[in-house]
Structures are given as C-alpha cells and as structure tokens.
Design a protein around this ligand. Sequence first.
Ligand SMILES: CC(C)=CCC/C(C)=C/CC/C(C)=C/C=C/C(C)=C/C=C/C=C(C)/C=C/C=C(C)/C=C/C=C(C)/C=C/CC(C)(C)O
Ligand SMILES: C[S@@+](CC[C@H](N)C(=O)[O-])C[C@H]1O[C@@H](n2cnc3c(N)ncnc32)[C@H](O)[C@@H]1O
Length: 381
Amino acid sequence: MPAALRHDTPAVTRLRDRWRGWRDALLASASFQRWAAAFPLTRPIARRRAAELFDLCAGFVYSQTLAACVQLDLFETLRGGPCNVAALASRAAMSPAAMMSLCEAASALQLLERRGAAHYGLGPLGAALLGNPGIAAMVRHHAALYADLGDPLALLRGQDRARRLAHYWPYALDRSGATLTRDDVAPYTALMAASQPMIADVVLAAYPLSRHRCLLDVGGGDGSFLAAAARAAPQLQLKLFDLPEVAAIAQERLTKAGLADRVTISPGSFYDDPLPTGADVISLIRVVHDHDDDAVARLLAKVRAALPDHGVLLLGEPMREASGGSDGVSAYFEIYLRAMGQGRPRSAARLRELLNIAGFSQVRVLRTRIPMIASVIVANS
Ligand SMILES: CC(C)=CCC/C(C)=C/CC/C(C)=C/C=C/C(C)=C/C=C/C=C(C)/C=C/C=C(C)/C=C/C=C(C)/C=C/CC(C)(C)O
Ligand SMILES: C[S@@+](CC[C@H](N)C(=O)[O-])C[C@H]1O[C@@H](n2cnc3c(N)ncnc32)[C@H](O)[C@@H]1O
C-alpha cells in the first residue's frame, strides 16, 4: 500500500522517522561515502547511487541530445542502414566534428551505435523509437515545456509570464473551449493522434471491447482511439464528445477512415454540457489527469448519469505508483501538469476513491502491458 494511504500508529511513525533520520545522516556523510565506495560489499551500491544521481544532474543534456537527433530526423535517416559522419554533417548544416560529438553522445545513450570508423547506425533505443512515432512527436513538443522550465522557480511560484505549455493546451486557459479556433487545437490534437497508437494498444489489450454495443469516447480528440477500437471490435457503434473545433477534426478524420456510418460526433464542453447518452461503455483516455479534483468529480458524475444501469466506465492514463521501482513517470507528469496549469497525476487508489464518491461500483484496476504508457481502471455505473 502506498505510504500516503497507510495509517500507522504513532509509535511506528516515530520509529520510522528515527530510522530515516539515521539513514539520511549516514548517506550525507562524506566519510561514510568514501568508506562505502572502498568496501567491496557496498561498492556496487555506492556506484549505483552515484550513477543515479549523475543521471539526475545530466538528464537535461540527455534530453537535448535526443531532441537534436529527432529535430535532424537522424533515426529516420539511419533506418535504411549506417551512414558516415561527413554525409550526416553536411545534411545537418554542421561541422563533421560537431556531428561526431552528437553521434558519440547519442551512442553513449544507446540511441545510435558506432559502426566502424566514422560510421553510425541505429542503437537499440533509437530503433525502438522508430517503432513508436508518438515518441518523436512528444520529444518535439517538449520545446514548450523546457522553455517554461528554464526558470523552474518562476514556474512553481506562478511568476512565469510566457506559459508556453499552457498555450499549447489552451483548454487549460479557456475551460469551455468556446473561444478556441482550429489553429489553437490542431497542434495538440495532432500530438495526441501521433501518440494514440501506443495508448490504444495497451488499453484495448487490457480491456477488449468485444462484449459492448456502443462506445462513447469523451475527450476523444481526432478519433484515433475510436478508430483503433472499431478495428478491434467490428460490432461496436461509436460516439465521440470533444470541444467543437476538435470534434470538427474528428468528423473529418473518421469520415476519411470510412467510419462515418458507425460514428456520431457531439461537440461540447463537459464543464458546461451534458454528455450524450446511448453508449454502454464510456472511455476517458488521457482526460482525467488534465483536470483538478472538483472538475473530475463533476465529470465522473456526468459520465455515470450518461450510462445505463450496469454500463461501464473505461479510464486509461498514466498513473502514479504504477510503473514499479523508479517512478520517473510520476515526477514527469507532476511537473508537466503544473506547467500546463491544471490537473494532477493520480494513483489508482486515488482514482478509485473519486469513482466511489461518484457512485461507481466494482472498480477494478487492470494490469497493462506497459504501465508507464497507461494503466486502466474499469468501473460499473
Ligand atoms: C533483437 C534482439 C537481439 C533482442 C530483442 C530483445 C527485446 C525483446 C527487446 C525489446 C524491444 C522492445 C519491444 C522495445 C519496446 C520499446 C517500447 C515500447 C518503448 C516505448 C517507449 C515509450 C516512451 C518513451 C513514451 C514516452 C511518452 C511520453 C514522453 C509521454 C508524454 C505524454 C504527454 C506529454 C501527454 C500529454 C497529455 C496531457 C496534457 C497530460 O493530457
Ligand atoms: C490530452 S487530450 C487526450 C485526447 C485523446 N483522448 C487521446 O488520448 O489521444 C484531452 C482531450 O480532452 C479534450 N477536452 C479538454 N477539455 C474538454 C472539455 N471541457 N470538454 C470536452 N473535451 C475536452 C481536449 O480537447 C482533448 O482532445
């Protein structure tokens, strides 16, 4: 059980605090560190801790190395096989020495791999990135996040005037979406569409929709999740609800995909409007974590009201404490959503509480193939 939900007796809490105080004092001591690095049995732990701390110090450099590779389309270029540094440098309008540095750094990070003198090919992580085009799209849009994080204290103190990420997700500035134009919503809708395949794979493998008649995807973006659901469950009727300009994009995209006769699209804001009825399963995919608790409570109540008795809510998004071990995903979304200006990453336990308050029953947390990408909760109305 997560520490935040445990109710320990005062004696247990005192004991744990004393142990942590002792541990922290020991770890912070330079002489203990010297001893632990020298003693053969503790040396592997000392090295691991040092490497973990180094990764935190250097993370921005790693991210920007990846960003440079993505901006130069290096992985696409190397898809067909290794290239020499001079050719890569001339294509990128930089000196061979600079390209060599980029390729060496990327090789150290397993994005690329050295293949003989001055030749580089894909590395295992660069190749994996090619299999998930959404990752490159995410890397490109990080420019807005990193601009906001240039002064992390201004961001945390709410003194950041530019707020580039909030403008990237303009529904964080205009909740009803009434003033949003196609130009406002198109970039984030394209990003969500690019990254939707990996989400849909994980969610639909955890909860196949074969026993359902009609799926309503609330905050369904351009309809990419519905299209994947339609492929997986050919009997399914489809409904989508999203802000007006996003709904218009979905109409075009789903018509192009030949799904016009299976889908009904309703424009609106779940802050102001009721949700369409008639579906026996309603999905909220990467929607709940965008909103604060009071808004989520109202949204879940609306979802329940739109479902028939024994209807099902399918909630999929990255969740806190879901990936096991190091929880970089929680740290990422905690800061990401603060920069965006609303929402929280929540644990499955917290979502279960919110679902119970909204009157859902039989709340189940389903295992997913890659929890870092999304975890899944289903609940009955
Ligand atoms: C071939 C040989 C010899 C051996 C094979 C060994 C083997 C089995 C290897 C495994 C290879 C394999 C299958 C690799 C798979 C790799 C995968 C699936 C990688 C996936 C990576 C996913 C990443 C990095 C995802 C990143 C996601 C990000 C950054 C998401 C950001 C989301 C945001 C900003 C969402 C915003 C929405 C909002 C506003 C919060 O609502
Ligand atoms: C992070 S995106 C997720 C899109 C899609 N579900 C996916 O996973 O690819 C959040 C979606 O919620 C929609 N949205 C935000 N506020 C909304 C509101 N008040 N009413 C309806 N949709 C909203 C956005 O337009 C966007 O399409």
